[in-house]
Design a protein around this ligand. Structure first.
Ligand SMILES: O=P(O)(O)OC[C@H]1O[C@H](O[C@H]2O[C@H](CO)[C@@H](O)[C@H](O)[C@H]2O)[C@H](O)[C@@H](O)[C@@H]1O
Length: 256
């Protein structure tokens, strides 16, 4: 991995402008909520669901959450908010306006979860998080299991033709074709997103597919967290800075 100390830093993004050309894609963990030890322990700021909904309204629906979590988990965290969302790393997709959930991939075979669960159990009880179109195995509480987990998941991925993603202390297997870049492209096909210049805000390496996708549509990525090799062009240091940047857009955009 490249040494981030050698890398020139990225500037902060300019103020977010609410305009007919703005589309906004937001990652969840590490971007809108701080990373916690366990996926169920993240603290959702009381103001967050309202902030997301207000921005979506001002952007006339041109806002989507694009997460590695399942849509069900996102809704459990945020409550019943009416915004577009893609979950399971782009395996499932739901437009705003009470739209139905559309699968963008085939469901993950149950045998994959079983194999990884056996590994998890034999290695101190790693947390296994099955989702409709992917499965995550967390080693945050068992860092010594990382190498074995990567080997086991890599073998299953090869045998089954799955994609392996290595996020923050987590190894995930996803159905082929589902990544955050395809989720962004799927949203950009919708009439309300057409002709916009999309922004994607995310922290993890799994967000890099989305940074590349928005740039293909003439947009830009905002990396959240410390500097690293990235396809994003701007950087915000942390979750608090993301909330400030988003809130300022609402405060400065006073509808006539
Ligand atoms: O795409 P995201 O919305 O950023 O989701 C990525 C994964 O986030 C969750 O795991 C991560 O956050 C947990 C809570 O802070 C943390 O304990 C874990 O170590 C992180 O990897 C989620 O559990 C996964 O399903 C998502 O894919």
């Amino acid at each position: 991995m490249e040494d981030s100390a050698q890398m020139p830093d990225l500037p902060p993004p300019p103020p977010l402008r609410i305009s007919p050309q703005t589309a906004l894609f937001l990652d969840f963990d590490g971007t809108l909520v701080d990373i916690a030890d366990h996926p169920d322990e993240v603290v959702v700021a009381r103001s967050l669901p309202g902030l997301i909904e207000a921005l979506s309204r001002r952007l006339e629906g041109k806002l989507a959450l694009v997460s590695g979590r399942s849509l069900e988990a996102l809704e459990a965290m945020l409550g019943p908010i009416d915004v577009a969302m893609a979950g399971s790393h782009g395996g499932e997709f739901r437009p705003a306006g009470g739209g139905e959930v559309h699968p963008l991939a085939d469901p993950l075979p149950g045998a994959v979860v079983e194999t990884l669960s056996r590994f998890a159990e034999a290695n101190g009880g790693l947390l296994v998080e099955p989702k409709p179109f992917s499965v995550a195995v967390h080693y945050r509480r068992h860092p010594d299991a990382k190498a074995g987990l990567l080997a086991c998941a890599g073998q299953v991925a090869e045998e089954r033709g799955l994609k392996m993603k290595h996020g923050k202390q987590v190894v995930e297997l996803v159905m082929p074709g589902s990544d955050k870049g395809s989720a962004v492209s799927r949203f950009m096909d919708l009439a309300e997103f057409a002709g916009t210049s999309p922004l994607f805000v995310g922290d993890d390496v799994t967000d890099e597919d989305a940074f590349r996708a928005v740039s293909d549509f003439g947009g830009t990525g905002v990396l959240v967290g410390p500097m690293r090799k990235t396809a994003a062009s701007w950087r915000l240091p942390d979750v608090v800075a993301v909330h400030d940047w988003l809130s300022r857009a609402l405060a400065e955009d006073v509808p006539e």
